[in-house]
Design a protein around this ligand. Structure first.
Ligand SMILES: C[S@@+](CC[C@H](N)C(=O)[O-])C[C@H]1O[C@@H](n2cnc3c(N)ncnc32)[C@H](O)[C@@H]1O
Length: 259
C-alpha cells in the first residue's frame, strides 16, 4: 500500500522546490551539480531521435517541469499528472505564465544550450506551453492510475522521484510500476529518474518516507515489469549537496522499452 496518503496532504510545493530546485542542487555554473546532470541525461536520450510520438505522460510530476523540457520538442501532446491539487495548481500557474510562478527559465536555457541554441529558450517555453495540454489527477496505487480519465496507451512515460517516494515497500513499488506500465504502448519508452539509498525527504513541515533502493534492485524490478533496459546511469551525491533535506546517496536515470 501507499504510505499514509494523508501525509502527502502536508506536502508543501514551494518548500519542495526550494529544497531541490534552487542552488546548490540546481547550480548551472557547476556541471557536477545534480540538476544539470538530470537534464543532460534526459537531453541525451532525446538527442538520439528514437523517443518521439503523439503522447508522453509524466507521472507524479509534483510542482516540477524540468523533466519534460526536452520531451516537449518530440511529442505533440505532453500530459502532466499528480496526486495533489496543490502541485497541479503550481504547474498551471507556470502554464498560465502567472506572476509568482516558479521560474524554470534557467532550466530551459540550460537545455537549449545543450542543443546549441541558447538564444531560443523563449520559443522553447512557448513550445512547452503548447505541448502540455493537460495537468491531471493520478494515483499510482490504483490499477487505473488516471481514473476517471480515459487515455489510449501512450508512446512514452516519464516519472521522476515518484515511485520510491510514494510507496511504503518494494512490493507496493512493483505494483505501482505495473499500474503505470499498463498506460504505455508495447514498444513505448519509460524514462525514470529516482533516488538511491534514500529513506526520507522533507517538503516543508512534513517528513515523508522513501523506500531505499539500489541500482541492482531498480534494474531487476524494471526488467520484471516487462521492460528492456536501454540506458542506466548513476550519479553520486557529493557531500556539498547533502543539505539535510533528505538522506539521498545518489540518483539513477534509466531509459527502458516496454516489451
Ligand atoms: C518526490 S515528489 C517528485 C516530484 C517531481 N516529479 C520531481 O521530479 O521532483 C513525489 C510526488 O509524488 C506525488 N504523489 C504522492 N502520492 C501519489 C500517488 N499515490 N500517485 C501519484 N503521485 C503521488 C506527490 O504529490 C509528489 O508530487
Amino acid at each position: 500500500m501507499a504510505q499514509d496518503a494523508d501525509r502527502y496532504q502536508l506536502f508543501n510545493p514551494r518548500a519542495y522546490l526550494q529544497n531541490n530546485y534552487t542552488p546548490p542542487r540546481a547550480n548551472f555554473e557547476r556541471e557536477d551539480s545534480v540538476v544539470p546532470w538530470k537534464l543532460r541525461c534526459l537531453a541525451d536520450s532525446f538527442s538520439t531521435g528514437e523517443i518521439r510520438g503523439q503522447t508522453l505522460l509524466d507521472i507524479g510530476s509534483g510542482p516540477t517541469l524540468y523533466q519534460v523540457i526536452s520531451a516537449c520538442d518530440f511529442f505533440t501532446t505532453v500530459i502532466l499528472s499528480d496526486y495533489l491539487e496543490s502541485n497541479r495548481e503550481e504547474l498551471r500557474r507556470w502554464l498560465r505564465a502567472e506572476p509568482g510562478a516558479f521560474d524554470w527559465s534557467p532550466y530551459v536555457k540550460y537545455v537549449c544550450g545543450l542543443e546549441g541554441r541558447s538564444d531560443q529558450w523563449q520559443a522553447r517555453e512557448q513550445r512547452m506551453r503548447e505541448a502540455i495540454k493537460d495537468v491531471c489527477h493520478c494515483d499510482i496505487m490504483k490499477a487505473e492510475p488516471l481514473h476517471p480519465r480515459v487515455l489510449e496507451p501512450v508512446d512514452a512515460i516519464s516519472t521522476t522521484f515518484c515511485l520510491e517516494s510514494v510507496c511504503s515497500d518494494k512490493e507496493s513499488l512493483e505494483r505501482a510500476l505495473s499500474n503505470i506500465t499498463s498506460l504505455l504502448k508495447p514498444g513505448g519508452f519509460l524514462l525514470m529518474i529516482g533516488a538511491l539509498g534514500e529513506s526520507y525527504y522533507l517538503a516543508g513541515e512534513v517528513r515523508l518516507s522513501v523506500v531505499p533502493v539500489d541500482e541492482g534492485y531498480v534494474k531487476e524490478a524494471v526488467s520484471r515489469s516487462g521492460y528492456r533496459i536501454c540506458v542506466f546511469k548513476t550519479y553520486t551525491m557529493p557531500p556539498e549537496l547533502k543539505t539535510g533535506v533528505d538522506d539521498v546517496t545518489g540518483v539513477f536515470y534509466l531509459q527502458a522499452q516496454k516489451l
